[in-house]
Design a protein around this ligand. Structure first.
Ligand SMILES: [Zn+2]
Ligand SMILES: [Zn+2]
Length: 167
């Protein structure tokens, strides 16, 4: 992976321009206009979208694309390790184009999902894994409030709190 694969300030995966074509080519997957389009939607336009969100977004500039095609494309991409599945609680499966080690932080209020980097060695040190285990991958999800939802909640709470203040 190139050093261009950087996360933006919000911790979302920002696919650099041109990167997705390289990755598609390197995967050996036969390219079709649909595949190219669906992959670009996941990489560039949305943050950990569900299949339905990918479909709606893909349809905007490719009206003839069907939900079944989108599903097929996504399935192929996961198979070829261009995308990974992200399953958070009871929510619909989401798709993430960031194949580096990372965990997910998701906001329980607005549903936003952020990529969170971690150091594999450090994580291993804090996990009490069975003796002799050889971890091959990590799926770590942390939930809470994103910064903007936290701000909103603080604003909501403040007036109530002041009401509770004795006169
Ligand atoms: Zn991710
Ligand atoms: Zn939020």
């Amino acid at each position: 992976m190139s050093a261009r694969d950087k996360h933006n300030r919000q911790g979302r995966y920002a696919a650099p321009a041109g990167d997705f074509e390289d990755r598609l080519q390197a995967s050996g997957l036969r390219m079709t206009p649909h595949r190219e389009h669906v992959f670009s939607v996941v990489c560039r336009e949305l943050d950990h979208p569900t299949a339905e969100q990918v479909f709606l977004k893909a349809k905007e500039s490719m009206p003839d694309i069907s939900m079944a095609t989108v599903y097929n494309c996504l399935e192929k991409f996961v198979e070829c390790e261009l995308l990974r599945l992200v399953q958070l609680d009871r929510g619909a499966t989401r798709y993430c184009p960031n194949m580096h080690d990372h965990s997910h932080y998701y906001c329980e209020s607005c549903g936003d999902v952020f990529d969170v980097d971690f150091d594999r060695r450090k994580l291993r040190q804090v996990l009490d894994l069975p003796q002799g285990a050889i971890p091959m991958g990590y799926e770590v999800a942390v939930r809470g409030l994103c910064p903007s939802c936290r701000e909103e909640q603080t604003e909501d709470i403040s007036p109530n709190q002041s009401k509770l203040q004795p006169n």
